[in-house]
Design a protein. Structure first.
Ligand code: 13P
Length: 248
């Protein structure tokens, strides 16, 4: 049985004071949870999160990394730097990175490989736009995004990774994929991996992301191939985030 993983993606939110209050609230309400819990925070807050969460049941990570190991890449952050700050996870290929910062499938595949090489667990985001869904190419798009990573790192690499299905039209919009819609894509992803390696497919955590809230989390997380959530807006509120974690 796969253990569910609920991860908060804070995106570009927070301050030292806000984060302290948010994390204190989450830590206070954790109790014993079935699901694993993580938060992916902006780079400047990694030291704060490391200090606050070391020894707790909450893991942490970043939202992006450079595909390069080191060098003249002004403004970039490497995988080993993230390791230095105790990161377990790093989000790779979030749709906002793909759409706003021009990250191609090839760049995403390089970032995924860089994360693995440093011992980080990449959370690989895949997902279609509304136009793509309405055009009937959801599986083609998600398949292409997955293929790029498998072509570079091999299917065995997915044993040390998480996949997050995030339909772009559901992110930050309040429009959640229905449990059936999400389950169908999750099953497609797992089936694609299973065709290459059945054991990797069975162990693969596939999170859903896109307007997951306390009110819809249990139904989404109850689907057979939905193994957790990647939570944006609701991860900025301790009670909402905890409610989703408890549903996992
Ligand atoms: P929302 O939960 O705000 O829709 O964001 C989802 C997301 O993009 C997580 O990475």
């Amino acid at each position: 049985m796969r253990r569910k993983l609920v991860a908060g993606n804070w995106k570009m939110h927070g301050s030292l004071a806000e984060n302290d209050a948010l994390l204190s609230g989450v830590l206070a309400g954790m109790g014993s949870l079935r699901a694993g819990v993580a938060v992916c925070v902006p780079f400047p807050f990694l030291a704060q999160v490391q200090a606050k969460l070391t020894g707790s049941a909450i893991a942490w990570g970043a939202q992006n990394l450079s595909q390069h190991a080191k060098g003249a890449y002004t403004g970039e952050v490497s995988a080993t730097m993230l390791k230095d700050f105790g990161c377990a996870y790093v989000i790779v290929g979030h749709s906002e990175r793909r759409a706003l910062y021009g990250e191609s499938d090839a760049v995403v595949a390089e970032k995924f490989a860089a994360a693995l090489a440093a011992g980080l667990i990449p959370i690989l985001c895949v997902g279609e736009t509304l136009e793509e869904r309405e055009g009937g190419v959801t599986e083609a798009v998600v398949g292409r995004q997955l293929d790029a990573v498998v072509a570079k790192s091999g299917v065995a690499a997915l044993a040390k990774a998480v996949v997050a299905y995030e339909p772009v039209w559901a992110i930050g919009t309040g429009k959640t994929a229905s449990p059936e819609q999400a389950q169908a894509v999750h099953a497609f992803i797992r089936g694609k991996v299973r065709a290459l390696d059945a054991a990797v497919a069975e162990g693969l955590i596939i999170q859903y992301g896109g307007s997951m809230k306390p009110g819809n989390a249990a139904e989404l997380l109850g689907q057979p191939d939905i193994d957790g959530g990647l939570i944006g807006g609701a991860a900025l509120n301790a009670e909402e985030f905890l409610a989703i974690c408890r549903a996992g």
